[in-house]
Each structure stands twice: as C-alpha cells, then as structure tokens.
Design a protein around this ligand. Sequence first.
Ligand SMILES: [Zn+2]
Length: 715
Amino acid sequence: MQEWKNVLLRGSDTKQREKYWGKFQKEEAKIQTTAESLINVMPASEARSMVEEFLKSHREMGVAYRAGFKAFVDAGFDAAAGDKAVKGIDRAPTTLLEKAAATIALAGTAFAAEEKLFYENREDIPEQYRWDLSHIFADVDAWEAASASVEAKLPELEAFRGRLGESADVMVEATKLLYGTVRTIEDIYVYASHWQSTDTRSADANTYVGRAQALYAKFGQAIAFFEPEIVQLPEATISGYLEDPRLKTYDHVLDNILRTKAHTRSQEVEELLAGSALLQSSPGQTYGFLTNADIEWPTVKDETGEDKKVIPGLYYTFMSSQDRRVRKDAALALFGTYDKYGNTFSGTYNGLVQKDVWMAKNRHYPSTLEMVLDRDNIPRSVVETLVGAVHDNLDAVHQYIDLRKKVLGLDDFHIYDLYVSTVPAAKSTYTFDEGWAMAMEFWKETFGEEYAAVAERGRKERWIDVYPNEGKDGIAYSGGSYNSVPFLFLNWGGTLEDVSTLVHEMGHSIHSYLANQNQPYHDADYSLFVAEVGSVASESLFFEWMLERTTDPTERLALLNHRMNSIIGTFLRQIFFHEFEHAAHVMAEEGRPLTKESLGKAWGDLWLAYYGDAVTLDDEFKGGWARIPHFYRTYYVWKYATSFAAGEAIAGRFRAGDETAVQDYLETLKLGGSVYPMEAVMRAGVDMNDPDVIRAVMDRFRSIVAEMEEMLVKE
Ligand SMILES: [Zn+2]
C-alpha cells in the first residue's frame, strides 16, 4: 500500500510514477503467487476456502487499482481521483486474510516457516519482534540529560516547603513541578529497568537501574513535606483551591490525602515515623540476603540422575516433574532447608509484623489490615466476604484433590503431588504471528475495533518484545511510562499458554493505554486492586472463545487445565496466603509470640483446611510460608484474588450476552486511577461486597473440575 501512496504522491514525475507503479505490480504478483502455492499445499479445509476467497478478492482489488491508476493519470495526476477509484477496496481482502490466518492458527497446521524460539544474540532477532525503547529515550545520552534535569529540579521542589498555603498560584506551580518531575523519573526508571530485562547480565543496565532508584529516593525526600503540609492547611484554603480551575483537576488526589487526615500525626511524630524508614525495610532486606545469597541450597538428582540445585526459583519446575521421586526429593530438600533456618526466618518475619502493628497503632488504626485497606479506601467487609465465600466452597478444592489422586493413581497425596500436570501435553504449537492472528480475531470479535486498533498500533510501533535471548529475564509483564507506551515483555515459546499470556499482558497494556489517553498524569495510575481486572477478564473470555473453537479432546483438556491453574494460582493460592499473613498479624496484635512453631502451625492448619484430609502433611512443609517473598509486602496478595474475581465477573457479563458489557468494560479501563478502586469496578457492574462475585469463580472452578473428571476418569 506504501507503493500506491508513493504513486499518488510522486506520480506527476514520470520516472517516479513508473518506478512505484512497477513496485506496486511486483508486490501484487508476489502475493498472488504466494496465495496460489499456499492453496496447492493446503488440504481441503475452511482455511483453504478462505485463502481462495482472499485470492479472488485480491484479484478484484488489482482490477480496481488499475482503474484507479488510469483515473489518476487521466485527471492530470490528481491524487483524489486515484483514491476515489480504490476507496474501501482493501477492506474485503484484508479481513479475509486476517480470518484465514486465524483459522490456520486455530487448526494448528504448520504452514508458516520454522520459528526460531531462542536467540544467542539479541541483535539476531528480527527487528519487528524486539521492542523499541526509543519511545522513551533515543539513547543513553538522552537518559543522562533527563536525569540531570531532574537533579536540577529537586532543590526547586524543596523550596516550596512551608509555602503551599500561600496562594493558589503557588500551589499550581508546586504541583506542576512535582508531577512534571516524577513523570520524567518514571521515564528514567522504565528505560533502565526495561533495558535490564532484556539483558540481566549487563553491568551497565544494573548501574542505570540503581541510579534511577536513587533518583526516586532523592525525589521522595525532597517532597516528603508535601502531604503533611496539605493535611495541615485550613479547610477554607483547600476549598478555595478547588474552586480554581487550574487546581480542580487535583480533586481526587486531594480527597485521597484529606480522607486519611485522622491518621496523619503532628509534624514532629510524622518526622519520627519517616525517620524509621530504613529500619522498616530491614526485615525484607534480611529475608532477601538470606534466601538469595547466604543459604546454600541443597542438591538432588534429577530424572536423568544428574545433580541439580534446588533453589526457590525452580520450585514449580521441580514440582511439575512427572517423576514422583524427583518431586519428593526436591520438595523435602527445599522445605527441609527452610525448616533448618526456621528460627531466623520467623525472627525476620516477626520484625516485619511487629513494625506493621507498631505503625498501625501510631496512626490510630484498629488493626494493620484496616491501615492497609484504607490506602485504597476499601472497607474491611470486602476482604471478609472474599475469605468467607472461599471457605464456604472449599469442598470444591477437596474434590479437585480427589481427582488428582485418582488420575495420578496415588494412595497417599503429598504436597509435592499438587502441581504436576494430569493432562497430556497439547499438540498444537503456534508461531508468534499465528498466535497474534488468533488474538487479533478474538479482540475484534469480543471487544470491538477500538480495542483491536490499540493492539494493532502496539504491534506496528513495536511495543512488544517477543522472543527469549541469552540473558533475557524469563518472565512476562506489561509496563511503560505515562510519557511513552505500555510495552509488553514476553518470552514466546509457541504454546497455547504463550498465546494466553499475550492476551493477558495485552489486557494490561490496553488498560494502561486507555487510562493514559483519558486521564491526566496524576489520575492515570491504577491500584493493584483493579490492575488484574482488565487482563483477567480478557484472558477468561479468550479461554471460552478457544473452547468454542476446539474440537480435539486433548486440546480441550489442555485448555481446561490451563484455566484451572490460573484460578488456583491467581485466586485460591493468594487467598490462602492472605489468611496466613492475617493470622500472623492477629497473633502479634493479640500479643502472642511469632515463632517457628506458632507460624508453622498456622501454615499447616491452613494446608489441611484448604486441601482436606486427603493430604498427608510432611513435617518439613510447616516451614513453607518462608518461601513466599510477597509476605514482605504487607496485605498485598489478596488484591490479586479480588481483581481476579472482578475480572471473571465482567467476563460473565460478556458471556451472558449483556450488550452494555463492552462499553462498561472500556469505560472502566479508561478511568485509570481517577476514582477509588471499588467505584472503578462498580462502573463495570461488579460489586465487590457481593459474595456472589466470589462464588461465581468457585462455581466455574467446580464445573471445570467436573468436566475434567468426566474426560479423565471416564474409562
Ligand atoms: Zn497480570
């Protein structure tokens, strides 16, 4: 199409016209030959008839373009005349081509060239599969310049100390400077950390990340006065500010600061509390050093008899071994080590919990839980509803354990039997382009053109880092800065899981994109409470969409298994974790000691409650809580579960054929952080106080277990 544009643009010059028109015709012939040879090798199928249809409409398109070319020349090289003749003519072949690509991908037929899934050198990855960080900075020099500009602004920011009550003008200047500065720091940090993701071995990248973090810390110190000072302002001053059109935009930010006024202490106390920051981070730091550096993790023999080190990061890899001996050895070795250092782990965690309890007391909160919930303005009842509704349905989890026991043929069930796959591996593999075509079809059908267009733009503008390379971090995420774009970081491996990850991460990226497009910087960022809503709803709908299109029983089982694993991992397991940290905090609040024994008992009791009497609890597992680094982010994990449930509930509205579901969903994404999380979810039609929202997830879990049982145990 580029060639056609060039014909119209430069066609008044004979030489240029002939050059581009020649190129256009060559391109056209190439597409025809490719489609023809594709048809020759394809078996008779829905996909083949689509390609045939495409070929036909592509030929018709060629006729129209030739007429357009003639009209253009006849009209004395008038581009408008040429355009008029071909207007809308590409639509049919383009749609057909996309449909055909998706159908081919769904059929799992490998027509595409062999895909390379790992690269020694990142530079060898074709450019269109590498993300383009120049969306943030052109190069490291630009990064340095931005960093220097931030350094220069910090004293300017500090100069506003004690002046926020002076006048609306001063307040406008201060907030502008504050948000302008932190926006740039965000760019600085994202550029460095994204670079680090693509090469974790790079000492340069590590240094830049360290410098970005230091800049954040300096900024934090420079603006520490901001919130306490606002809280101290007379109400009349604040309401005066809010009448000023330049400050009205900060109403939600201000409301959030003033809402918690009762928990902000005097300047003197606040300074004391702020001064304890480094002390407060000590337990988490000690935990990190202990697990990542000091502990010598044990070695076990793998399936082939080779020695393998059991580090915490490989836990799930070991637990997915089909060889039960390997699973058992690895689990006992790993948990035995946590147990061996049990006193140190408990002492360290006790430090964190006591810090939380102390802070909640100082801030006049009835408990740590209430203090943490207040940050997101969430009532305690939401968490209680969540936990209660799951507890009422734990028999579904017990059924699931029974099923695993049956399929694995076990007499006794141990925790190391919990994660190994019970279904045969899926047969289909997908190249990234095939996976993309499928996802694109899904996005268009489910969320419509607006959503699909953003994804398309992401692909064109290279937001996505697709393939693994030597040194690249092995995770998947979505992340960017307000000023740039919401990048996607993948490690494409060609499985169904990878297609699902693409859909999930794109859910986050489009959430961020829509929030950034529709909100000013200070209202764009959304809380973890809503962060998974968009991605989970999208992933859930994709799963149903795939199920509808899958006839092969092995594929169907793989899909069901994948879906069940995400309910367990993102929902059930997180509530389990939440219950443990809540038990620990309650113990501390009631003055009971946190020890290796008391924490071990709390963990063991939860295991038995969640997984039922059918599970044999090995003694070593009582130290299993020490494996979870998230416990050093107090009351963080349960938000995954609510976010997941809300996402499922929204997906449920789509499934029920609710016509306003798409609109509400997109509107919620566009809200970003401009309203409190409970309200954002409410706008999508989901009330997190309603136990039915949680029950629906458990019902889905139940129905999947039942169907898998039917398929796996029927003979
Ligand atoms: Zn996610």
